[in-house]
Write a protein of this length. Structure first.
Length: 608
């Protein structure tokens, strides 16, 4: 025992001596280390503690290749500059969506042997998770690969909308030395009535689909590889729209003479794939060669052009509409329109789509000969008989229009300049501005994506309806005070309402009856032909401010699909919704709301 005590005493003396030596060295200016800190000292011993590692490691998983077979080596690169890497777990995503570990590697290079023969062929996502000694972890970016231990057949998508001769390409993975015959087939969307487009027996497996031989509608496509009596199909490329029908287009008269920046506009429609763009062209009168002016890419397909870039003279104009599939149509020409930038210019400022009460109408006018007067005129939309609203002889050229003196309707507006030489110049028409002196009307409709993905109606999505003033909420549905109300959002294909493929419409139901909110045309194809989907939802009301006065905002929040979810589509094309409010709704004075359609404000976008 005495010897043991003596040994312990010697150990304490050695520790004290080591601490003294450490402090002596530090006193002579040796570098300090962030990895350790002095904690305490006593006559018997000293304690040194390691600093905590708060920094996560770095990790990258190397891509194993586009296609893999058999046992594959998966390699991850990981590093940690403080406590060091403890281990790296390599994982793959199972078809169910969960992550399955391949292996855990503890030494660099962090390598796993992945036996792909025990899983089904198909495309897989891989990742690596690195953890350092102190427990910090980092997950790498994912990489993808296709397991093809057996034959995998793939058909490349030709696009959402096609026309004419369409090239189709199939690829085979894992074919080995076996010779295959490949058929590429089509069937009406949602059916199994497969028709063969072509049969090829050697790579590359390609053919041309003459879509002019089939009806304009949606089709499913697939490729089938056959060797002997065994056939292997590809995944189906669903809902490819064949559209060989040209759009229709009518150019609006730009007026004459044309000066300065002029807006060119046209009405264009397409019942299948939809309008992609409308281009405007000009030709010198008497010449046959047309040149591009400008292109409109969003509804209402208008664009502006500075006519000072053209020589003064007589011109012919036309519009060319192109649909999403690539079909085009040319409007009738508007001939003998004069470009004259040498004398005067006049334009009427847009007073807005809805007019009520006394509206300020303003015009901009200039002339090298001086401005004698500016008249502002009106006519029923599309009319040719113009009535003076006012005449102003000094800038700024403006007047107040008492819209209560005319009937509620659509009106066209324009300004007419008379210059110092007596020459008249007429502005472009500000068309179809609605006079609406009803007490309350719809102002705007918007959607917001709160679900799993944009462009498809699902849980968390919202649609809002903004009114010009406060509503009597009991007129929306009996006895309602605005608190959350369980309702049903109904989405119907436009063909059910004779509105075409892109007339899909939503409205709100309560116990099967329509709620007095009105309906919204989404102007896109959100559900398959002739189908209806119902969603459980919640309707709430809140008060906001419009033009300094209180107004009502209704919000419908989608909770989930109740029925018909199999027919839903994900839309990638921007559109502008149109809301038709219910005239049954009333304001606080019990006066009925206007049912005038309301176009979604802001830039065109995907809904939901």
């Amino acid at each position: 025992m005495k010897q043991l005590a003596t040994h312990r005493g010697h150990g304490v003396l050695h520790a004290v001596a080591a601490l003294a030596l450490l402090l002596l060295v530090a006193g002579f200016g040796m570098p300090q280390f962030s990895g350790a800190s002095y904690v305490s000292s006593s006559r018997s011993m000293a304690t040194v503690s390691a600093a905590r590692d708060w920094t996560a490691p770095t990790v990258t998983l190397r891509a194993p290749g586009e296609t893999v077979q058999g046992v594959v080596s998966l390699v991850a690169d990981a590093a940690d500059g403080v406590s060091g890497v403890r281990d790296v777990v390599v994982q793959y995503a199972a078809p169910s969506g969960g992550w399955v570990p391949v292996c855990t590697a503890t030494t660099s290079p962090y390598t796993c042997a992945w036996d792909t023969r025990v899983i089904a062929d198909g495309t897989y996502t891989l990742r690596a998770v690195a953890t350092d000694v102190d427990g910090n972890s980092t997950t790498s970016s994912t990489v993808s690969t296709t397991v093809a231990n057996n034959l995998v057949v793939a058909l490349a998508s030709p696009g959402d909308a096609v026309r004419g001769a369409v090239p189709l390409t199939a690829t085979l993975s894992g074919a080995g030395t076996t010779s295959y015959s490949v058929k590429i087939q089509y069937a009406p969307a949602g059916t199994t009535t497969w028709n063969t487009i072509c049969t090829t027996s050697a790579a590359p497996y390609v053919c041309s689909w003459n879509t002019g031989l089939v009806a304009n509608q949606y089709y499913d496509l697939r490729a089938v590889a056959t060797a002997g009596s065994t056939s292997t199909p590809s995944a189906t490329v669903a809902d490819v729209l064949v559209d060989n029908a040209a759009p229709s287009v009518t150019m609006q008269d730009p007026g004459s003479p044309l000066r300065g920046v002029v807006t060119f506009a046209a009405s264009a429609t397409d019942q299948l794939s939809g309008i992609a763009k409308v281009s405007y062209q000009y030709a010198v009168s008497g010449a046959g060669t047309f040149t591009d002016l400008c292109t409109g890419t969003t509804d209402p397909w208008s664009c502006s052009y500075d006519t000072t870039k053209l020589k003064d003279g007589s011109y012919t104009f036309r519009a060319i509409a192109v649909d999403v599939a690539g079909n085009s149509a040319t409007s009738a020409s508007t001939s003998s329109r004069t470009v004259d930038n040498t004398v005067s210019s006049v334009s009427l400022n847009d007073p807005g789509p809805y007019l009520n009460g006394t509206v300020a109408l303003t015009a901009n006018a200039s002339s090298s000969a001086g401005v004698s007067s500016v008249k502002i005129q009106r006519t029923p939309a599309g009319g040719t008989t113009w009535t003076d609203v006012c005449t102003d002889t000094t800038a700024p050229y403006s007047c107040g229009w008492d819209t209560t003196a005319v009937s509620d309707a659509l009106y066209d507006l324009r300004a007419v300049l008379v210059d110092g030489a007596g020459k008249t110049t007429v502005s472009a028409v500000v068309s179809s501005r609605r006079v609406d002196n009803n007490p309350v009307r719809g102002l705007d409709v918007q959607t917001a994506n709160g679900g799993a993905g944009a462009g498809k109606v699902d849980a968390g999505d919202r649609i809002t309806f903004l009114y010009s003033e406060q509503l009597n909420l009991a007129s929306i549905t009996s006895g309602w005070s605005g608190s959350p109300l369980a309702v049903t959002l109904r989405l119907r294909d436009g063909n059910l309402l004779s509105l075409g493929n892109k007339g899909d419409t939503v409205d709100v139901l309560l116990n099967g009856a329509v709620v007095n909110v009105g309906s919204v045309s989404l102007k896109e194809d959100y559900i398959k032909s002739n189908q209806t989907a119902l969603f459980s939802a919640s309707l709430t009301a809140s008060t906001t401010t419009v033009n300094g006065a209180p107004a009502t905002l209704l919000t419908v929040t989608v909770n989930g699909v109740a029925s018909g979810g199999g027919g839903l589509r994900a839309v990638s094309t921007a559109s502008t919704m149109v809301w038709t409010p219910s005239a049954v709704a009333t304001d606080l004075g019990n006066r009925n709301a206007s049912s005038t359609p309301v176009a979604e404000t802001g830039a065109a976008d995907r809904e939901f």
